[in-house]
Design a binder for this molecule. Structure first.
Ligand code: ADP
Ligand code: ZN
Length: 726
């Protein structure tokens, strides 16, 4: 017997398939999709068995498979196929696609201290008669009680071995066994109560139920607070009655403990959670629950799309517009595309949900590629909050640099009424730039083409790209002048301002306050229990939160996302403003939103003010059409990285010319240009943007380009098909 084995060699994840022969003694264990150890050159490495066959001509020089690693395949037929499809569509290596599907614990190249937790249990070690007799004659109540308990429950979990247990073991009446334990347990949402679906919700549920065995992709466009979570749960409930399974993706699970909590209320321990906040060992626990068929529902972020569930009945992707569904590094897959591939395999629907669908998805719904479902109103019939736009150009003249008069007044009002407030500022740190008052010198990262951010809490300057830190200098490194000036407002500064201006309990949520395990959940739980009046933070506070006491949402500076050099910056701004506005007035008290901006007339801000998704969609589509961007054109980004500036420049030009020569005439090649952030971590970043509608040659051209540069050491080329940002 022979096996085709896919191995990974070197850091560049170059795919290599080789034939090995299967020695007699391993024949019983070997299967397709299992991992094996093989010799490659002088090393022993791991690989996946992709196929097995009996006849092979050249069987003299073949090496044997050394060992079989798993007891059962870790990649089933579906996953093996899926990997090939991902390779086809994203131009990644096959090995990297397979590795993306598996938890860290199963990755060959990573040797972490992943362990399986074992709990100790006592079980009976004698026949009933003996036990009965012992209980009758025993004088020690503790021992009797123990035996009774074990008899009743068949087993008893113990954490320590006391003298009573010791005695029972000595007499051979009981023995200790070890059983695998799972560490992580998601918490219920204590504020949740079950509801009866309203008509709109029921219609959506029925539409999906009616075609539950067809691979249809639905786009659920439901305004904030329209009760999408209830719809998801109802559909999943139905799928379970058919004895099928479900995956639900959320953008970043540690930010949405409320949604998870509601699922736990309803489905108890029938759920596995794949959470970036879990340790690798905990993730492995969750993975084993899924693999063993002990749970039917998986909730998780992007990579949970690979959850090895059999018999999928529905795949739900909440907040489908979120860019985190696209992986930013190799393999650059999009979980939405993978979901659709899996739905075809399992013949089940995909449900994409959002209050602000991505332009691509809404356009597909318009072309009937997706089927559109809508929830036009809030579930409790409350209106969407009133949105006020404040022109900061005027406020600055009055000396209000951070909080406008209007926002200050409204905050005070809410504090007086014991209501809660959410403030969004999409920039962390204290100030985003330090400059010299004399010469104007800006303190920049020595490794990156970006200014350093001042963090007051730790009193240092930090690079948000490479992590470089330094002390804040007291004199200008350029001219020696002693005065520096802070520019650009961050969340730390906002927190300080709030503390100075108001007597209130305030909590900040950003990357810096949430790097400890469980910190997100704690902040959200405490805010939900009204331990704080004001929650302020970066975009991580914008999504999914449902707090009845929040009646005011303030956006400190709507322009932070607007100024990002990306064709999606208006869309991102509109989405963020709608999402965060949607946190206000979700219960009995009406909500109010105040958006501070230096661009009050900008269309993305105006449409957000009116909660007018369709208006925004139409205007933005016209702009995309005019400029030739997605969804009218497909986009592929070719990134060129080099340590050497000149060499990078030369190769970027070569690549630009190569592309121009080898694509269809209708395809547009932009660049090469410097990437928006030109230097990161001492690497220079160039890029070419490829815009096309249909191109017969392009794919092969990109594959060729990739092959040329795979072996190149000084230049790195990455191809990003349908990038989430430029
Ligand atoms: P979305 O995800 O669409 O923003 P949620 O699912 O969080 O909305 O629901 C918003 C609020 O409305 C929640 O507090 C939820 O409990 C409530 N809700 C949902 N459906 C109903 C219903 N049919 N009747 C009453 N309240 C509902
Ligand atoms: Zn840096």
């Amino acid at each position: 017997m022979y096996a085709n084995v896919l191995v990974e060699i070197g850091a560049k994840s170059v795919d290599r398939e080789f034939v090995y022969y299967v020695p007699e003694e391993l024949k019983a264990q070997i299967q397709i999709g299992i991992r094996v150890k093989v010799n490659f050159g002088k090393q022993t490495i791991e690989g996946f068995v992709l196929s097995l066959f009996e006849n092979y001509q050249d069987n003299l020089n073949l090496k044997p498979i050394i060992d079989v690693i798993d007891t059962e395949p870790i990649l089933n037929e579906e996953m093996l196929l899926l990997g090939k499809q991902i390779k086809e569509t994203t131009l990644c290596s096959l090995i990297s696609a397979y590795q993306a599907m598996l938890p860290k614990a199963l990755k060959a190249s990573i040797h972490t201290n992943i362990n399986i937790k074992k709990d100790k249990y006592l079980i009976i070690n004698q026949d009933d008669q003996t036990i009965k007799k012992y209980i009758e004659h025993c004088h020690y109540p503790k021992q009797k009680e123990l035996l009774e308990k074990i008899k009743q429950n068949k087993e008893l979990k113990i954490t320590r071995i006391d003298s009573a247990i010791k005695t029972l073991i000595k007499h051979d009446l009981v023995k200790i066994i070890a059983k695998e334990a799972y560490r992580f347990q998601a918490k219920e949402d204590p504020h949740y109560h079950e509801v009866k679906l309203n008509n709109d919700q029921q219609k959506v549920v029925d539409a999906v139920k009616d075609n539950i065995d067809k691979p249809i992709t639905y786009l659920l466009y439901g305004v904030t607070g329209s009760g999408k979570t209830e719809v998801y749960m109802e559909i999943i409930n139905y799928v379970l009655t058919l004895n099928k399974t479900a995956i639900m993706l959320v953008p970043e699970i540690s930010l949405t403990p409320q949604i998870v909590g509601r699922f736990v209320n309803r489905f108890h321990n029938n759920i596995a959670i794949l959470h970036s906040g879990l340790s690798a060992s905990e993730r492995y626990d969750e993975y084993r629950k899924i693999k063993r068929g002990e749970v039917k529902i998986v909730i998780g972020a992007r990579s949970a799309i690979f959850a090895p569930l059999d018999n999928l009945g529905i795949i739900i992707i909440d907040e489908e517009h979120t860019s985190t569904y696209k992986q930013d590094n190799h393999p650059r897959y999009n979980a939405k595309d993978v979901a659709i591939l899996r739905s075809k395999y399992h013949q089940c629907p995909v449900l994409l949900g959002s209050a602000t669908p991505s332009l691509e998805s809404f356009a597909k719904a318009g072309n009937h590629v997706y089927k559109l479902l809508t929830l036009p109103k809030r579930a409790n019939n409350k209106p969407l909050p009133h949105v006020n736009i404040v022109d900061m150009k005027q406020e600055v003249k009055k000396g209000h640099f951070i909080l406008s008069q209007e926002l200050q007044d409204q905050i005070q009002k809410r504090l007086d009424r014991h209501e809660q407030i959410i403030l969004l500022l999409n920039r962390r740190g204290y100030s985003s730039m330090i400059t010299c008052r004399n010469c104007g010198h800006v303190i920049k990262c020595p490794n990156c083409d970006i200014s350093l951010t001042y963090h007051k809490t730790s009193d240092n300057l930090r690079c948000h790209y490479c992590g470089y830190t330094q002390k804040r200098p007291h004199i200008c490194p350029e001219c020696g002048h002693e005065e520096t000036k802070d520019f650009g407002l961050g969340t730390e500064r906002l927190e300080e301002e709030i503390k100075n201006k108001f007597k209130s309990r305030v909590i900040r949520m950003d990357l810096d306050t949430t790097n400890k395990k469980g910190a997100h959940e704690k902040i959200i739980e405490d805010f939900g229990n009204h331990k704080y009046d004001i929650l302020l933070g970066t975009q991580m506070i914008a999504k999914g939160l449902d707090f009845p006491l929040v009646t005011l949402v303030g956006v400190i500076n709507a322009d932070t996302t607007l100024n990002i050099p990306d064709f999606r910056s208006s869309e991102k701004t509109f989405q963020l403003l709608c999402q965060v506005s949607g946190r206000a007035g979700r219960s009995d008290n009406p909500g109010e939103v105040i958006i501070q901006t230096y661009n009050p007339e900008h269309y993305s801000i105006q449409y957000a003010k009116n909660h007018d998704y369709l208006g925004f969609y139409k205007e933005e589509m016209q702009i995309r059409k005019k400029l030739g961007y997605s969804p009218y054109y497909y986009i592929t980004l070719v990134k060129i990285y080099a340590k050497d500036y000149q060499l990078g420049f030369e190769h970027a030009n070569k690549i630009g010319n190569y592309l121009r020569k080898n694509v269809d005439k209708t395809t547009i090649i932009l660049g090469p240009t410097m990437a928006p952030i030109f230097k990161i971590n001492n690497i220079y970043n160039y890029q070419c943007i490829i815009k096309y509608r249909k191109d017969q040659k392009l794919k092969q051209t990109l594959i060729n380009l990739d092959n040329i540069y795979k072996t190149e050491n000084k230049i790195n080329v990455e191809i990003d098909v349908n990038p989430s940002r430029l």
